[in-house]
Write a protein that binds this ligand. Structure first.
Ligand SMILES: Nc1ncnc2c1ncn2[C@@H]1O[C@H](COP(=O)(O)OP(=O)(O)OP(=O)(O)O)[C@@H](O)[C@H]1O
Ligand SMILES: [Mg+2]
Length: 607
């Protein structure tokens, strides 16, 4: 129910289109009923099954008798004046014209709906994407990427089908069925009442199958998400897959998922495809039942049902079958769509654990210091950081060193609030960073991550990424020069306008690194967070990157995670982390004097 109301919420802005849709549909239905109602009585007149009516009916009354009389009179006039062949021709042309209009209005109804169904999809997709951006970093370490992508693409598409079906169920088919039922009631109230008694039975059977369909659709979409994850990983890790001759292994993994997806979606399709034959069979059974009951009525002549009226009734009744069929198909599509709505809702309603404060303290500049006060952090239960105390005055450099997994990157992630501390607090100019608006806080920071993050775009756009104002070529070049990147960029085919491929795959490791540094230079933030990954570079490019970092750090406040200790010899304070705790602290010379862990690290790197 919640999912349905969510869908309705998205439909609300399109009320006008929906009204047009209903309006045109009504016209279309009207024309189709009229054509049917006209032909049979006319043929009866034409073939002398019914005597011609030469007197017009008395004053208009809304009864079947009046309509019958009026119609017969008009048709008699036509037959008398034009002769039978001409009258036949006239009626045939009239039928064609009426059906032309019927279909024209049907098209207009669909036309009105096209903007609506795509508009809803667009809104849902855009809301989901916005939400994805609002979700904390931790959400994406917990969820499969493929699954998130499936929810934003394939699931949204399912919703589209479901929306068309919803309109079908809500407006089109009920109106059609009602129109025919009305006509039937006109012809024979008793038989119509009988039909109304048996129809709900068929509805119950169809509804039962719809339930299992929703569950299966859920499973299928989940499987699709897993498939996407494997595809993504394989393409991303192509070198390793090939280098380790793991093609077969990867194919096997893919095939397992592919097969599972095949099985669950086949089973789902089979169930869905049941809807149309099932409802046709059930409707025909009802028709047969009516045929029997009505036939008995005609035979016994007790209820004054004439044979011709009865045949006419059956013809109109049989017209209910196609809408009834599409009604049940639509019902099944809705079930499938609701499963997808549920999956999208999971994203739309996912809690944003990094919360904005209600009354943010204004923050436009960094003036005094950053202070970690007894900071502790745990991803799950296991503490990754504990008891971190440190003050970083403006303009100084704080360096974090320690073995792999000590918690350095984690500590750096706490400052821009990618994660919130689980213990203690971080103060910026004396105020808890949670009291600032997130965007204000992050505006003060430039971040160079351990793994370079680049987008499939040009060099220029990658450097200018995230700038909230137009950037000139000179500015970008200036930044690239400081980052030691200008030279290699100038040698690229199109210079600054060369596309660099997915995640920058057309560049070397060091080049990628220097691009991300240039990005930070251009942003020119007062606070820098550098997670250097120089360990992956050769000494020549390492030198280039380190030079770039030095220049970047000038006149700024920096938190530097250094793997190469030469980077941080001039740091104002060095924290040596081990298992999430500070075990040594001081300047480079002080720490060397201690003959402790830091000295060991330095000695190790001397080679
Ligand atoms: N998203 C996560 N969920 C759970 N645990 C995590 C997550 N990210 C990191 N960890 C764990 O937290 C600990 C600290 O990781 P962190 O990335 O901070 O180490 P590091 O000091 O930066 O190491 P390195 O020098 O190798 O970059 C590690 O034990 C790691 O397994
Ligand atoms: Mg790290």
């Amino acid at each position: 129910m919640k999912n349905l109301s969510r869908l309705l919420y998205y439909l609300r802005p399109f009320r006008i289109q929906a009204l047009w849709h209903v309006f045109f549909n009504l016209l279309s239905i009207l024309f189709s009923v009229v054509s049917l109602m006209m032909v049979i009585p006319f043929l009866r007149l034409l073939f002398n099954k019914q005597p011609l009516v030469h007197t017009p009916p008395p004053l208009f009354t809304p009864t079947a008798a009046w309509a019958d009389g009026w119609f017969n009179y008009q048709m008699t006039q036509l037959i008398v004046q034009q002769g039978k062949p001409q009258a036949l021709l006239f009626v045939c042309i009239l039928v064609a014209v009426i059906f032309f209009f019927k279909n024209l209005f049907r098209y207009l109804a669909m036309y009105a709906m096209a903007g609506m169904r795509n508009g809803v999809i667009r809104q849902i997709r855009s809301d989901a994407f916005t939400k994805v951006l609002a979700l904390p970093v931790s959400y994406f370490t917990e969820e499969r990427k493929g699954d998130v992508i499936t929810r934003l693409t394939s699931d949204v598409q399912e919703v589209e089908n479901s929306i068309i079906s919803m309109l079908t169920i809500a407006f089109t088919e009920p109106l059609t069925v009602l129109a025919y039922l009305f006509t039937m009631f006109f012809i024979s109230p008793q038989l119509t009442l009988f039909v109304l008694l048996v129809l709900p039975l068929t509805g119950a059977v169809i509804g039962q199958i719809g339930k299992t369909l929703k569950r299966k659709s859920h499973l299928a979409q989940e499987r699709l998400g897993m498939l996407l994850t494997i595809i993504d990983e394989t393409i991303w890790g192509m070198r390793i897959v090939k280098g380790f001759n793991a093609q077969q292994q990867q194919t096997a993994k893919f095939e397992t998922e592919n097969k599972a997806f095949y099985q669950v979606s086949s089973s789902m399709l089979r169930r869905r495809d049941l809807s149309s034959p099932l409802s046709e069979f059930m409707s025909i059974s009802v028709v047969a039942l009516v045929l029997y009951v009505g036939g008995r009525m005609v035979l016994s002549q007790s209820l004054s049902l004439e044979a011709e009226t009865f045949i006419y009734f059956i013809v109109v009744f049989s017209q209910i079958i196609p809408p009834a069929k599409s009604f049940s198909t639509a019902f099944y599509n809705i079930q499938k769509g609701l499963a997808s709505v549920e999956r999208i809702t999971k994203i739309l309603d996912a809690p944003v654990s990094i919360r904005e404060t209600e009354n943010p303290v204004p923050l436009t500049a960094f003036n005094h210091s950053i202070e970690f006060k007894n900071v502790g952090f745990a991803y799950d239960r296991q503490p990754v950081l504990s008891g971190i105390h440190v003050v970083l005055p403006k303009g100084k450099v704080l360096a974090l060193v320690g073995s792999s997994g000590a918690g350095k990157s984690t500590l750096a992630d706490l400052l821009p609030r990618f994660y919130d501390v689980t213990e203690g607090e971080i103060l910026l100019d004396g105020v808890n960073i949670q009291q600032y608006r997130l965007s204000d806080l992050r505006n003060l920071m430039g971040i160079v991550t351990q793994e370079p993050v680049l987008f499939n775009d040009t060099v220029f756009n990658n450097i200018a990424f995230g700038m909230h104002r137009p950037v000139t070529q000179e500015e970008v070049e200036e930044a690239a020069k400081i980052a030691n990147a200008h030279q290699f960029i100038s040698q690229l085919e199109n210079g600054y306008h060369t596309p660099i491929g997915d995640r920058g795959c057309k560049l070397s490791g060091g080049e990628r690194q220097r691009l991300t540094i240039a990005r930070a230079v251009l942003k020119n933030p007062p606070i820098l967070i550098l997670d250097e990954a120089t360990s992956s570079l050769d000494s020549a490019s390492e030198k280039l990157v380190q030079d770039a970092l030095f220049r970047l750090m000038q006149n700024r406040t920096s938190v530097v995670i250094a793997h190469r200790l030469s980077t941080i010899q001039h740091a104002d304070e060095i924290l040596v982390l081990q298992k999430g705790q500070v075990i040594e602290r001081g300047t480079h010379t002080q720490l060397l004097g201690k003959q402790g862990v830091y000295k060991q690290l330095v000695d190790l790197q001397a080679f």
